[in-house]
Ligand binder design. Sequence first.
Ligand code: NAP
Length: 535
Amino acid sequence: MATTVENQVAAGAKVLQSYLGGKWQAGAEQGAPLMNPTTGDIVARASSKGLDLRAALAYSRNVGGPELRKLSYAQRAGLLGKIADTLAARRDDWFEIARKNSGNTKADAAIDVDGSIGTLKYFAKIGGKLGEAHMLRDGSPMRLAKDPNFQGLHVGVPLDGVAVHINAFNFPAWGLWEKAAVSLLAGVPVFSKPATATAWLAQEMVGAVIDAGVLPAGALSILCGSPNDLLDHLQLGDVVAFTGSADTGEGVRQHANVRRQNIRVNIEADSLNAALLGPDAQPGSAEFNFFVREVVREMISKTGQKCTAIRRVLVPAGQAEAAVEAIAAGLRAIVVGDPANAMVSMGPVVHMAQRKSVEEGITKLRTQADVVYTPENFAPLDADLARGAFVPPTLLRVRDGANVELIHEVEVFGPVATVVPYRDPQDAFALARRGRGSLTASVFSSDIAFLAEAGAALGTTHGRIMLIDPSIGDSHTGHGIVLPSCMHGGPGHAGGGEELGGLHGLWFYHQRVAMQGAGTTLSELAGRAADPRAE
Ligand code: NAP
């Protein structure tokens, strides 16, 4: 995508343009720096100053929307498959950018990049099953009155606005495509706003898809840099899908225009996720070992910068010592450093400000918890600690989880978790619920009745719960991995959102209408609509 990569402001530093109104546009200043978190070098800059966002949104709405909705669900699903193929052809480039701008190891980049391609392919497949329809139906016509001919049917009509997707820094690729896949399948044009710190990958990917000519004009736009007055120009039919911190999410929800116009908003925010070791688990047992492995994996995966990462490690009080020792042993084997070195298992956090935030978070937690593991003489491999945003993996422990607040409230967005002993199952469930609404919890036990009890007890405060007995210890996809077929989102603190969940996710981009009329009319309507539950 020559238009964006040629424009250098310094050796190796690109100016990221935005793709708005069907053309690449530059902001009116050099803009904010994007860093290589391993070296501290500037790799790109992004600015949205002076861009006409009202006109850009109108173009998406008035050109992209009608073009997309001329197509059937199956045709739009076909477009998703083509996007996936376009992205898959440049996988190595995406890994390189993820390393340079996000400090990702190959394993970290795979979660983001392969996760995107997999999600697009999944929606291409299940979307194809909706066939040539142009709207959805929920169930079948039902009788509404004494006269059996007066009937009702719920249908979903694709929204005729634009989908504004605001994403967090930690998943520049997946955040973009998991939202875009569902929105494009629904027939609603995408206006993506990546987090500035890591916008390079999102911008290059959008560039590749635009260059491939896969999508109709106006179907995909990207705004690089600050959101400026973006939300001021939203109107009926538009939606906002936001992923980021709870504070920013609250600001989006409370934005005057969003409130005034009742703009539909989905919020995916931060979360104090828990992993729970069952009371039956003895040190050395299969469930104990699977639990410890998962806690270590979650702490270091993407350097702990996953909204779904395990922050609170709930263990029976009698096993707390053994759990700490086993997790610390796992962490001791982690090599932190430049992700270009294949020996490295954990890279830096995204930039120096994030490193400072993690360090401050640890200091805060230490007022109520003890550090039980952090490497001695921490020195990242092939990197300078003074210039790189490196943080050591850090395990803390509280003596009494019920009488401390911070571990249930402060999300330290880095390789940090706290062991919390519990007395009995009711105590464990109460502690997990102290997160005041979380994205995910996982429970490890060989006792199937306990797993079922835990699922029911945690259900009201969690969006996703993994119930792991040893039979699936090696085959599950991971506590922190979001699957396109399962719902993503959690209540309360986690934002109260719902994304993905297979075709269920389409409803966010449709107006649900209760149609009432004669049986023949409703049968005619039902015949034109696809039932997403008939997958
Ligand atoms: P953030 O600071 O809240 O920013 C998120 C996005 O909001 C960025 O694109 C940001 O743009 C934009 N933004 C900032 N101010 C805005 C405003 N006034 N109006 C509209 N948009 C605005 O979050 P982050 O630091 O990028 O990401 C880390 C957080 O995201 C963590 O707390 C993590 O738990 C959470 N997260 C949640 C999920 C989930 O699915 N639940 C997934 C990933 C991350 P700029 O970058 O240009 O400021």
